[in-house]
Write a protein that binds this ligand. Structure first.
Ligand code: CO
Length: 289
């Protein structure tokens, strides 16, 4: 018998409440010209302050970068354009994954892209229950975004979430993929992406976001030490170079390279819209009971 206070639902609801507060906080302070590094740290500090842990590094992706941009430890990039803020809060490994987009250049096009993603999320949420299939949710998202004359990003999708696993098997598509499987009990992130481009992303530069994938002992003492820290601190959730630098400074960066070469870590790429179209995103996590 798991006690009520350790149940997945209890942990998720607490994480979700923190995420709600963090979202309000982030919207209140993010301004054009602010360093992305400062934004990411403020968001992550706030998550800790409220009693949660970041489930992954805060993604702050601008314009055609759809996802997986997190500031490096010495990042000088400033907030501008169409900014996506994607962050996660976890309690005991149970995650609430959330995102919103901001128009920082007073552009009508950006505002419409954001509205399209938000509308798609709202409509998808309404039908997200055991009566409906994943394909129907995708169809709803696609229709909402198309009604604004934009494209959903076809090769990005929402996902089921289990403990310490952000992509635990089920995809929540952003178009009608004819998946007739009905939605099940559990945690799901719904995340429509709208674009004025072609509607597809491809891998861009390295992101500095990593995930522990394989426990093979590395050669150097430092790499062993860093790997142990990663396993204890992040378990199998994503983390970033910036966090490792904070703990180990330059030797941590060398260790990351060794761990990646040794096959211990997966290194994520930034995801960039193929035709350099602008991308907006909206996301929330739902517990289906
Ligand atoms: Co997500």
């Amino acid at each position: 018998m798991i006690s009520e206070k350790k149940s997945p639902k209890f942990s998720f609801e607490k994480a979700n409440q923190i995420a709600h507060e963090v979202k309000i906080f982030a919207k209140s302070f993010i301004k054009k010209g602010m360093p992305l590094l400062e934004i990411a740290e403020k968001i992550e500090d706030k998550i800790f302050e409220l009693g949660g842990k970041p489930a992954f590094p805060t993604n702050l992706s601008i314009n055609e970068i759809a996802a997986h941009y997190t500031p490096s430890y010495d990042d000088k990039t400033l907030a501008e354009g169409l900014l996506k803020v994607d962050f996660g809060v976890q309690i005991d490994g149970w995650t609430s994954d959330n995102a919103f987009s901001l128009d920082l250049e007073n552009s009508v096009e950006n505002k419409k892209l954001i509205e399209a993603a938000e509308k798609a999320l709202e409509n998808a949420t309404k039908i997200f229950n055991k009566e409906h299939s994943f394909g129907e949710v995708g169809k709803t998202i696609q229709e909402a975004i198309s009604s604004y004359k934009f494209q959903p990003i076809l090769n990005l999708s929402g996902h089921s979430i289990t403990q310490y696993d952000l992509h635990s098997g089920f995809n929540v598509p952003n178009f009608n993929n004819n998946d007739n499987e009905k939605i099940k009990k559990g945690l799901f992130a719904i995340e429509p992406f709208s674009t004025n481009g072609a509607g597809k992303v491809q891998d861009g530069n390295s992101s500095g976001i990593y995930q522990f994938v394989f426990p093979k002992t590395p050669r150097s003492q430092t790499a062993r030490e860093v790997l142990e820290y990663i396993a204890e601190t992040f378990n199998t959730l994503p983390f970033c170079q910036r966090w490792i630098y904070k703990k180990f400074q330059a030797r941590g960066l060398f260790a990351l390279r060794e761990l990646e070469n040794n096959g211990n870590l997966h290194h994520f790429a930034q995801l960039v819209e193929v035709s350099k179209g602008k991308v907006a995103q909206a996301e929330k996590t739902i517990f289906v009971d």
